[in-house]
Design a protein around this ligand. Structure first.
Ligand SMILES: [Zn+2]
Length: 603
């Protein structure tokens, strides 16, 4: 019999501790301490209470917990002395049926890991979907983490222990994240399509209007129809547009006539990817709202407004230099000059669009009339390490960062590395190195600023020549324009001062300046109340990366919701990952936002 939260909330402390005894390996004290926070309104709230208990228990207790775990496919498994929970997990991942080669490989990894860190390697082998990682994935993760920093590995083990506890808790309460699993599966299926040249290597790459890109559009159209969207079409730039209509709209499709609250809610994100990217960047923001449509439609429910989900065709600027092409078309920012851009094979965007059967002449008509819409919301995987480190599943975006970019070159004097005394050098690379350290230090003065020198070159440099030239890039971002401008002013001033003192010459050219897109307060508040209703702690954060919401921001109020990524939140990378439990929470939050809007809408 599955437990219920009511039973847990009403039981004596001893009984409740017993109910949760198996969650943390040989460590019932964690659940016991968390039970002080009863009553719990949701499993998510209980999970977070346990996360907090362990976080405040100190490093020694954390290490003791890690050491209470068996090795993967280790002696305890062979001698059948694992806990029932561990046996179930290790067998689901196929570890109880290793070939001799796999078994030997895992044993040698176990030994090396233990020797390096002094504790066993912990991995939630049931994985992000709960159904079990493949042995190949387990071995690859093991080999990768063997090279981690000891502090990081301790924390990564703890995160995996919490994930193990989450799955055990789901089992205990008979809870399945049905819609989260649906979203996970949709994205897995979509990731089967990849551009030629990458597909063969098992890499996910989907760039604008390739065969794989068009196959993705077809699959998304089909998914939208099957989930219950009333109309689905592919527009003139390749966006897939699905609409779940309000009751009255099924007969009458007039737009923009009623009060604001009965106007269409716009949502969505992009389905193109970077080269060798992840499965969730962009796509999560298409499928989370689609899961809501599926839930509404299967329950026969309608909202008092239309929900329009747009799967944007292009955001990443990989095949052509134009970015935000999909969302830009909705704001009337499609630049006709882009049509003449050519890709690496010399194919113009115009030709690619004609080949895809898109009607270039219809692009201007894609521009949305802001009066037809309440606003735009976007769900996106965080693409950073913050939520993962805090062990919080959802994040509220306060603003999409303002940014400014420069390319620079410092000219010094190339001279003999052996004969030029230190005091007489005009070393261009050393000047840039000093600037990099300044950027690092200046940006760190405020936790929400970031500054990066991502490109650095000494053209024609030699091992025995003092660098005479050094080229570099500079990327500065801040949550608002004023903060960004102060950061940029300080950095430019420092660059000049450094070059002056070092008797070098500085050329600096600004290449891009983008304004911040602060979330509309009312919409941010809607996400906040949704997240709080789930019992998930509230964490507000700026978005360091640009998103489609930035484009829509130009014409309507917008706010974003972030979903925690696994593997330190790595993104634009095949290791990008998130769990179906976190996806379920995102669906629940989205549903809460829809229901909240529905309640305030004049019928
Ligand atoms: Zn994205």
């Amino acid at each position: 019999m599955a437990l219920t939260l009511d039973q847990l909330n009403q039981a004596s402390l001893d009984d409740a501790t017993l109910m949760l005894a198996g969650l943390y390996e040989h460590s019932p004290w964690i659940a016991r301490a968390a039970l002080a926070g009863r009553p719990f309104g949701s499993l998510a709230q209980l999970k977070h209470a346990m996360v907090q208990v362990l976080a405040s228990a100190g490093v020694e207790s954390q290490l003791a917990l890690i050491r209470a775990h068996p090795e993967l496919a280790g002696k305890a498994m062979v001698s059948k002395s694992l806990t029932a929970e561990s046996t179930n997990e290790q067998s689901k991942a196929g570890l109880t049926h290793c070939t001799p080669d796999e078994f030997e490989k895992i044993q040698s990894l176990n030994a090396a890991y233990n020797a390096r860190f002094g504790f066993p390697f912990i991995l939630a082998v049931r994985g992000p979907r709960g159904t079990g990682l493949s042995k190949a994935e387990i071995i690859a993760t093991f080999a990768r983490r063997l090279h981690g920093h000891p502090d990081f590995e301790r924390q990564e083990c703890i995160r995996n222990i919490h994930r193990i506890a989450e799955i055990r808790l789901n089992d205990l309460f008979g809870f399945t994240p049905e819609l989260g699993n649906r979203v996970w599966d949709w994205q897995e299926a979509l990731a089967q399509h990849a551009d030629a040249g990458y597909a063969e290597q098992g890499q996910l790459t989907v760039t604008y209007l390739t065969d794989a890109h068009r196959a993705c559009a077809q699959r998304i159209s089909m998914d939208m129809l099957q989930a219950g969207c009333d109309t689905v079409h592919i527009d003139a730039v390749g966006n897939v547009v699905g609409r779940y209509k309000k009751e009255s709209d099924l007969r009458n499709t007039d737009e923009g006539q009623g009060p604001v609250s009965s106007r269409t809610l716009l949502t969505g994100s992009h389905y193109d990817t970077v080269r060798n990217g992840g499965k969730y960047d962009g796509r999560l923001g298409i499928y989370v709202p689609l899961a809501c449509v599926q839930a509404l439609s299967s329950a026969g429910k309608r909202l008092p407004f239309d929900l329009e989900i747009v799967a944007f065709a292009e955001e990443e600027g990989q095949r052509y230099k134009a970015t935000f092409l999909g969302s830009g078309a909705l704001t009337g920012d499609f630049n006709p000059a882009w049509l003449d851009q050519v890709d690496a094979d010399g194919i113009s965007m115009r030709a690619a669009m004609q080949h895809a059967g898109l009607s270039v002449d219809d692009i201007p008509s894609l521009k949305r009339n802001a009066n037809d819409y309440q606003g735009f919301v976007e769900v996106h995987i965080e693409q950073g390490p913050v939520l993962n480190e805090l062990d919080i599943p959802l994040g509220i975006v306060t603003s999409i960062n303002a940014s400014v970019r420069y390319v620079g070159e410092v000219l010094g004097m190339a001279s003999h590395a052996g004969t030029t005394p230190m005091g007489r050098r005009r070393d261009a690379a050393a000047a840039v190195a000093e600037l990099i350290l300044y950027v690092e230090q200046r940006a760190a003065q405020d936790s929400d600023l970031v500054g990066t020198v991502g490109m650095l070159q000494v053209p024609n440099g030699s091992i025995n020549v003092v660098p005479g030239r050094c080229q570099f890039s500079l990327d500065l971002r801040a949550p608002n324009d004023a903060q960004r401008d102060r950061l940029a002013d300080d950095v430019v001033q420092a660059a000049r001062a450094i070059c002056e003192r070092r008797r070098t010459h500085l050329d600096l050219a600004e290449t891009m300046r983008v304004s911040a897109a602060p979330s509309a307060p009312a919409w941010q508040a809607r996400w906040e109340s949704a997240v709080q209703a789930l019992g998930v702690p509230l964490h507000r954060m700026p978005s360091g990366a640009g998103h489609d919401a930035m484009k829509l921001h130009e014409t309507m109020p917008q706010a974003m919701l972030f979903v925690r990524g696994q593997n330190s939140g790595i993104s634009h990378n095949p290791l990008e990952s998130t769990t179906s439990d976190d996806m379920q929470l995102a669906v629940d939050a989205f549903m809460h936002l829809l229901n909240g809007l529905a309640q305030t809408t004049a019928a």
